[in-house]
Structures are given as C-alpha cells and as structure tokens.
Write a protein that binds this ligand. Structure first.
Ligand code: PBG
Ligand code: ZN
Length: 326
C-alpha cells in the first residue's frame, strides 16, 4: 500500500492535535533553580557573566526564596559563598556558616520548598579546588571525602531536604551515606553529581560562586569529555555507594551521555544545564540574535527527550512563565 506524500503532516495540522500527540513534556515541578547566598554583602550582587542571576545576602534570602516559590519553583539548589577562605575549607562545615544559616532561614519560612544543597569545598578552600590540596599540590582523595561528608551532615542538620556532592572525589557518596546514617539522617537522599565533565561551560559559575582554582585545573578529578564509556563507571560506583539520583553535567553538549545512561539505570537522572549554557543563550538573546524564551524551551525539552527526568536550570523561572503563557 502506498500513502499520500503528506501523510506525516496530518498530526501537525492544529495546535490541539499537536498538544495531544506530544510525548515529551516539561513541568514546573521537573525544574530545580540554583541560588547563591553570599556572606558579607547587604544587597543582591549581580554576576556580570550571568545576566539576571544574583548573589543574595543572608538577610534577604528567606524573602527571595518566598518570591521564587510564588513564581512556581518547588526545588532549589543552594550554593554558599563565604567571606573567608581557608586552606582546608573548614568554614564549609561550620554550624553557623553562610549556607547552613540560609538553609535554616529558608526552611523556617517555606517548609514546602525542597532545598537541595551543593556540597563541595571549592568556594571555601584558598586553592579553589574541590578537594584538600597537600604540600605537593596533589588533591588528597580520602581526606577530602571526610571533609565533604562533614559538610553534607552540617547541611542536613540545618534542614536541607537533599544533599548534592559536586566534588568528584572517589568514594564520597559512601562517606556521606555512612555519616548521615550514623547521625540519624538515614532518610536524607543524596543527589550525586556522578557524571561531571571537566568543562569550559562552568566559567560563568566560577564568578558566581567565587570558586575558580588558583592553580592547575580540575582535570584530575572531573571527567574527560574525550572518553565516552567512563560515564557508566562513575554512575555505577555512585549508585552502589548509595546515590539516590544522579546528575549529568553539563547537559547540552552531553545529551548522548544522558541517552546512554537512561536504559542503564532506573534511578532518576538529572540534567544540569550549566552556567555557560545559560549565558550563551542570554548573550545571544541580548544581541537580538535569538528568541530567548523559545530557545530555552526547545533546549530544555531536548534534555527531557534524551531521557532526563529533572533539569537544573538558571532559566527555570523563565520557563515556568512561558509554560504558563502556553
Ligand atoms: C563546583 C561546582 C561547579 C558547578 C557546580 N558546582 C563548577 C566546577 O566544577 O568548576 C558548575 C555549575 C555551573 O556551571 O552552572 N563544585
Ligand atoms: Zn567544587
């Protein structure tokens, strides 16, 4: 049997039909919005490389979280920017550190907002590395894991609903799981940055979190984008160690990795559409070269199509606005 040549166009003839047959969706509750809280500032501070994104002072953080919640955001990923750095990053696990205080204030103000805390050392170490550096300039894996577990515990104690280690040390998920369980936080899930590449797409974020390394790079702990199968090793070990959900990061240039991991694990997969992706779209839109709202929807939908369940995006509020407009 032969078909008329326009057969495939039938289901494209009206927006009602197009909506009916749509099989990939974006929902406001799929989105996680990153926020930055900084010590030692009294007004929001803009981040030049990330238009419309700010570092927020602790004094405004509950009010800001409330605003974000009212705009439809149901989950945030919180990053702390301390006033003082220290060789071993010890201020990262202080009971009354910047991020611990912020978590507490937000939780008290809006208990329904899911707070996911980024767990890392890089904003807290003088080296700017995600682990502890020894005299030879080497990043000490196990010592770093012990500090990272302490950071995660301090966030859980402050009221974080979930902890998200982004350091890429080997074995940190099991260190965190063990310590959380010992201390009575056996129900706190771990969202692990399992598949995190050493990427130039993080540039703008390092301005926002003030965490650029002062020497070298992150290639000894983050993944090499020229290796294609290592993602399975990273995902497997994190899941075995107790990760409840896994992140693939960046997202846009790594959709193949999301798609390959999808049938490999039933665990929720989270795509992190990182700062560089956001800034590229913003910058082109500011030039009038692309339509921001349209391109963001298309881009984030591609992550869902690849197999991501959840997306971390700096455009989350813009997306919710567009979805509400239809
Ligand atoms: C640091 C961290 C980074 C991001 C999240 N946590 C940067 C890095 O590894 O250098 C990147 C986020 C983004 O670019 O939006 N542990
Ligand atoms: Zn880090």
């Amino acid at each position: 049997m032969t078909y008329p040549i326009h057969r495939l166009r039938r289901l494209r003839q009206s927006s009602t039909i197009r909506k009916l047959v749509q099989d990939v969706h974006l929902h406001p509750t799929d989105l996680i919005y990153p926020i930055f809280v900084a010590e030692g500032i009294s007004e929001p501070r803009s981040i030049p490389s990330m238009p419309s994104i700010f570092q927020h002072p602790l004094s405004h953080i509950a009010k800001y979280a409330q605003e974000v919640y009212e705009k439809g955001i149901r989950s945030i990923l919180i990053f702390g920017v301390p006033a003082k750095k220290e060789e071993h990053g010890v201020h990262a696990y202080k009971t009354d550190g910047i991020v611990q205080n912020a978590i507490q204030e937000i939780k008290n103000a809006i208990p329904e907002l899911c707070i996911i805390s980024d767990v890392c050392l890089c904003s807290y170490t003088t080296s700017g590395h995600c682990g502890i550096v020894n005299k030879e300039g080497v990043i000490c894996n196990d010592e770093s894991c012990r500090s990272i577990a302490k950071i995660a515990l301090s966030h859980a104690k402050a009221g974080a609903d979930m902890v998200a280690p982004s350091d890429m040390m080997d074995g940190r998920v099991s260190h965190i799981r063990t310590l959380l369980d010992q201390e009575g936080f056996e129900m706190t899930p771990i969202l692990s940055y399992s598949v995190k590449y050493a990427s130039s797409y993080y540039g703008p974020f390092r301005d926002a979190a003030e965490c650029a390394p002062t020497f070298g790079d992150r290639k000894t702990y983050q993944m090499d984008f020229a290796r294609s199968r290592e993602a399975f090793l990273e995902a497997t070990s994190d899941i075995e160690e107790g990760a409840d959900m896994i992140i693939v990061k960046p997202a846009l240039a790594y959709l193949d990795i999301i798609a390959k991991l999808r049938p490999f694990t039933p665990q929720p997969i989270v795509a992190y559409s990182v700062s560089g992706e956001y800034s590229m779209m913003k910058a082109a839109a500011m030039q009038g070269w692309i339509q921001y709202d349209q391109i963001v929807l298309e881009t984030l939908l591609s992550m869902k199509r690849a197999g991501a369940d959840i997306i971390i995006s700096y455009s989350a509020i813009d997306v919710i606005n567009s979805l509400q407009k239809g």
